[in-house]
Design a protein around this ligand. Structure first.
Ligand SMILES: [Zn+2]
Length: 142
C-alpha cells in the first residue's frame, strides 16, 4: 500500500510522537486510522491492561508502546544515570505488559503491539492492521 501521508502530515505526526508520552503516540495512530478510513475503534475502554485502541467487533486490541518505557528492542538505550533504577522499571513494565496480553489473548482478543518508532511508517502499520483483519470501511454512495 502506498504511503498516503504527505510530508507535512508526517512531520506533524512525528513532532507529536517526539514530544513523548502515550497520548501523543495515540494521536499519531488516530491520524493513521483516520487517513486509512479504518473505523470501529474506541479508546480508553476498560479492559485488562487498558489497551490504547479496542476494535470490539473484530475482537482486536492495540497497544501503542513507547520505545523507551516498554524497552523497544530496536530503540531502547539505557539512560546514562540511575541505570539499575531504569533497568528494573522497564523490566517491570515489560513483565506487566506480557501478563496483561496473555490474559487478553486467553479472553479471545487478538493483541497488536505497535511500537512508537513504527508510527514513522504508516504504510507498515497498515499492513499489520490488515493482517489482524482491520480494513477501511467501505464507502456507501447513497
Ligand atoms: Zn522502537
Amino acid at each position: 500500500m502506498a504511503d498516503r501521508m504527505t510530508r507535512v502530515q508526517r512531520s506533524r505526526t512525528m513532532a507529536a510522537v517526539r514530544s513523548r508520552g502515550n497520548l501523543s503516540t495515540e494521536v499519531a495512530l488516530v491520524e493513521i486510522l483516520r487517513d486509512a478510513r479504518i473505523s470501529g475503534w474506541r479508546r480508553h475502554v476498560a479492559l485488562v491492561g487498558r489497551p490504547d485502541f479496542v476494535f470490539r467487533r473484530h475482537r482486536v486490541v492495540i497497544f501503542v508502546d513507547g520505545c523507551f518505557w516498554q524497552g523497544c528492542p530496536r530503540c531502547y538505550t539505557r539512560p546514562a544515570t540511575r541505570r539499575s533504577y531504569w533497568d528494573a522499571k522497564v523490566m517491570r513494565n515489560r513483565a506487566r505488559d506480557a501478563r496483561q496480553r496473555r490474559n487478553l489473548r486467553a479472553g479471545g482478543w487478538s493483541v497488536l503491539r505497535i511500537w512508537e518508532h513504527e508510527l514513522e511508517r504508516p504504510a507498515r502499520v497498515l499492513i499489520k492492521l490488515k493482517r489482524a483483519g482491520l480494513a477501511a470501511t467501505k464507502r456507501s454512495f447513497a
